[in-house]
Ligand binder design. Structure first.
Ligand SMILES: Nc1ncnc2c1ncn2[C@@H]1O[C@H](COP(=O)(O)OP(=O)(O)OP(=O)(O)O)[C@@H](O)[C@H]1O
Ligand SMILES: [Mg+2]
Length: 211
């Protein structure tokens, strides 16, 4: 049986990842492909508990290294127990965030050394690299407005990481763009401005690049 494909979505908060991930799953299923949808951190019971810890408010918030290791612990469990078995069974896996978020947030954002992240992340991923990554790129003002709409619509407040300052979010965006420039064969940068349908059309067109 042919191995499935592994597709990830990356980008800052409110750029539209979760919206487009659902659309991609629906469209692939409509064309007869079995799809497993997952998200990071999370996707297994243990990893979802770690997600809860990462969003928790603490008097002594996790230090940068603790935060990194929690993300990687969740990833190791997800890759081993969900993603690899699904790919082996011929299913396609779509993940809402994956390794590139670690480089953007913990590396470019928090300033942890990229070579340490590469080694630690490779270990946590069991060497797995996505076949294709969509980087949804949008200006900070648009993502702020989208997040505000979502907070109003769902009644949820921004979490600890989402509340990090403008400078942090600027470094994130630059980090993602730099990674896309360094690995253009895997990472497709998508202009995520415009309507949901317009963004979707850009993604669907780029999917042709998948190996
Ligand atoms: N192209 C679009 N135009 C307008 N609103 C959009 C668009 N795409 C998504 N939205 C809305 O913006 C909000 C944020 O989108 P979504 O939740 O998909 O972003 P996200 O990248 O998953 O964010 P997070 O990183 O916080 O999970 C949602 O309320 C969504 O319905
Ligand atoms: Mg989301």
């Amino acid at each position: 049986m042919a191995r499935g494909r592994f597709i990830t979505f990356e980008g800052g908060e409110g750029c539209g990842k979760s919206t487009q991930v659902k659309r991609l799953k629906a469209e692939l299923e409509a064309s007869g492909i079995e799809v497993v949808l997952t998200r990071e951190p999370g996707g297994t019971r243990l990893a979802e508990l770690i997600r809860g810890l990462l969003k928790e408010e603490f008097e002594d918030p996790p230090c940068d290294r603790c935060e990194l290791l929690l993300f990687l612990a969740a990833r190791a469990q997800l890759v081993k127990n969900v993603i690899i078995p699904a790919l082996d069974a011929g299913r396609w896996v779509i993940s809402d965030r994956f390794s590139d978020s670690t480089f953007a947030y913990q590396g470019y954002g928090r300033g942890l050394p990229l070579d340490v992240l590469r080694a630690a992340n490779g270990f946590a991923c069991w060497g797995l690299v996505p076949d294709l990554t969509f980087l949804l790129d949008v200006d900070p003002e648009t993502s702020r407005l989208r997040m505000r709409d979502r907070e109003t619509a769902t009644g949820t407040a921004a979490d600890r990481i989402e509340r990090a300052g403008d400078d942090f979010h600027r470094r994130l965006r630059e980090g993602f763009a730099e990674m896309a420039a360094e690995d253009p064969a895997r990472i497709v940068k998508i202009d995520a401005s415009g309507t949901r349908d317009e963004v979707w059309e850009r993604i669907w067109t780029s999917l042709k690049r998948i190996p």
